[in-house]
Every structure is written in C-alpha cells, then in structure tokens.
Write a protein that binds this ligand. Sequence first.
Ligand code: ACO
Length: 428
Amino acid sequence: MADTLTLTDNRTGKTYEIPITDGTIRATDLKQIKAGGDDQGLATYDPAFMNTAACRSRITFIDGDKGILEYRGYPIEQLAEHSTYLETAYLIIFGELPSTTQLQQWTREITFHTMLHENIKKLMEAFQYDAHPMGVFLSTVGAFSTFYPDAKKIFDEKSRMKQIHRLIAKVPTIAAYAYRHSIGRPYVYPDNDLSFTGNFLNMLFKMTELKYQPNAVLERALDVLFILHADHEQNCSTSTMRVIGSSHADPYSAMAGAAAALYGPLHGGANEAVLRMLNEIGSVANVPAFIKRVKGGDGRLMGFGHRVYKSYDPRAKIIKQTADEVFEVTGKNPLLEIALELERIALQDEYFVTRKLYPNVDFYSGLIYQAMSFPVEMFPVLFAIPRTCGWIAQWEEMLLDQEQKIARPKQIYTGATKRQYTVLSARK
Ligand code: ACO
C-alpha cells in the first residue's frame, strides 16, 4: 500500500488521504481541503522555503547531518582529489564523467570560446574606475544576451549547447577584465595553451612577460576551489536562476540574476566577513574574549554554521588541506593562526557543539584567496565562475522538466480590505 498521510479537518469532521512520495506531500493535494467559505483551498505558508521542495533534481545530493556532498553521485572528496574543474563541469551538466575523447572535445570547445567580443571592452570602460568587479561581472553577463540573440532559442538543443560553451568559457575572461578594469591595468587576452585556471591566472596577473607561467600549486589549488564551488543544489542564486529561467528568459539574463543573488553578503560574501572578523580579532591572545562575546549574543563567529550542514562542511575539510599547500608557496597568511585557534576553541565549546556549529566552506577560502593576492572584492566573482556550470545545469534541468511551469508563489494578503477611491481634493 502506498504511504499516505491521513488528515482530519476538525471543523467539518472530514478525513483526507494525502499521498506521500519521496518524503513529501504535494502542496496542491491540500487544495481539496477548504480553508473556509468559497476559498481556493488550503495552502502552505513557507517564507524563505524552509521546508518546501520546488523541483526534482538529479544533479547534487547533500546530507547536512552526515556532511555528505555528491555531484551526480560522486563524493566531493573524490572529485577534489582526482578531477579537474572542467571535467567536473562536464559531469554536472551531462550527468556522466567524460571519456578521454569527450573530455578532449569539451576542453577544445571551452577553450575555443574564451575570447570576448571587442565591444565588451567598451562596455567595461563605461564603468567607474573603482567599480566593484561583481557589479561589472553581472552586468556584462546580462549584456551578453544582446550579443548572442540566438540564446533566445532555449528549446533548441544545439543553441542551448552553444550558450553553455560560451558561458563556461567566457566567465573567467569577464571576471579578469572586471578585475583589471578596477585596478587600471590593460586587459589580457586568453592564452589557450594554458589550463582553464592557468589561463584565468594569466588574464588576472600577467604583466610585461611574453608568456605567463602559472605556479602549478596555485593553479591546482584554484581548480580544487572551483570544483568545491561548482554546485550546491537549491541555494539562493540557483533558485533565482530557475525562477528567472521559468519565464523562458535567455540563459544570460537568467544568470545575471543568479549572479546578483550571489552578490549578497548572506550568500557569496561570507568569506569576506571572515577576513574582516579575523582582522578585528587581531591576535591569538584575543580569541577567548571574542568567543565569549559571541556566546553572549554580540555578533557571530563568521564562517561557522550552515543552514544545511549540521556537521563539518565536507568542503571546509578539503579547503583546509588546500590552504596548507597554498601557504607552502605564498608563505602563511598571518590570520591563519587566529583562524586555527578559533576553530580549536569553538569545536570543544558547549555553545557551538550543542548548536552543531562547524566551520563552513567560507571559513578558510578567504584566507587562501588573500594569500593568492586576490582583493576581497574579487571573492564573490571567484565564486560565480565555477558556479556557472551548476546554474546552467539546474536551468536546463528545469527547462526540460515537464512538471515545471512559470514560478509563481502564493501570498497571504494582509493589506486593507476593499475601499472607495477618494479624489485628491476630498482627502484630509
Ligand atoms: N556564531 C554564533 N552563533 C551562531 C552562529 C555563528 N556563526 N550561527 C548560528 N548561531 C546560533 C544562533 O544564534 C542560534 O542560537 P540560538 O538557538 O541560541 O538562538 C543557533 O545557532 C541557530 O542559528 P540560526 O541562525 O537559526 O541558523 P540558520 O540555519 O538560520 O543560519 C547561517 C545559518 C546563516 C549560515 C548562520 O550559521 C550564520 O550566520 N553563520 C555565519 C555566517 C556564515 O558563515 N555564512 C556562510 C554560510 S555558507 C555559504 O553561504 C556559502
């Protein structure tokens, strides 16, 4: 017998059998229960989607209690150890790891699309000299819809694939141009001999040398960070991508919106907040006093806690290892000692233990980015580059899902009841 939920309406004495599938009931099954009078039936109220599944997805699995993160069934730890960002992006988009030939073709396609239209430079020049690179990034992604009008053909598989290649290939170039603009340096064209991340470092940091040679350790570290940030199921920016895409807007317009959601400090800005906090603490000796303050309700331990993970964020574990490798090359970030001491104390403190507060992905990522010479304004951009493949995969999954329609939540109206318009002269 199928699992059902039996609901009895105390007002009418009526009983309803609501099917349970995959641990959920369909919200529309509740409509048959009248909420009162000639209403449209009972609905659910769930601000911030705390307990609502809005889609079926085969892309990313998270078990927050056990600290598990898998892309298409592959554990994040294995991908971070053995894969590359481009291979992981292929996996996330197509659902399977590529064969050697498929990976070569994929890499060729991405490499082939790294250049930007020359007019993009003019667009960038219109921004203020000190424009935040994330603002430039999301505006440029949105502007792409005017450069590639064929992107409107969202149900044409070939056209979709072309936009996917373009987006994954071009986001590092946009990000690098935005950064170079913000520091007044000339833009650097892509070097297609280099790897995805090697070329990104080239476009960011090349000066007058004829050929930029990325440091192999930093190149790999960035690739690992990109793998860790590639997707994270239905978070704020991914949900934004799906919602905008549900109106059948082109993928560039939808992704500009997703990037805007990521720009917010509650989403893509937490690692910057961690650095600010570490600077404010100033030294290891000040850590106990800071912890005491946080426990007293004065501020939060940034980089700790997560809506989904109620154990150690699996990405934070990998990032900690990567940090050690990066610091071997760059020298230790002086803030590391403070971070380690904060973690040591917090992990054995009753306040943090009982609330299941563990380091999240952002606790160490900012330290690594800073050691690699990235300014803090670039942190959300560094998040957006790899998340592009996740956004696109989720967008395409939504488009091809027969159950999906234009997203349109309900509301509970709490405003004034019907009243008569008063002409201006008659108002008090
Ligand atoms: N420091 C101190 N106390 C905390 C922290 C923290 N970082 N996080 C949660 N708590 C406490 C809360 O005060 C609350 O305590 P109470 O029950 O005594 O009131 C309890 O733990 C539960 O906290 P909530 O805010 O209900 O947890 P929620 O799931 O809504 O918040 C969040 C998750 C926003 C990530 C939160 O832990 C936080 O603010 N962390 C710091 C910011 C941060 O690192 N954000 C990055 C998240 S990762 C990402 O977005 C990529």
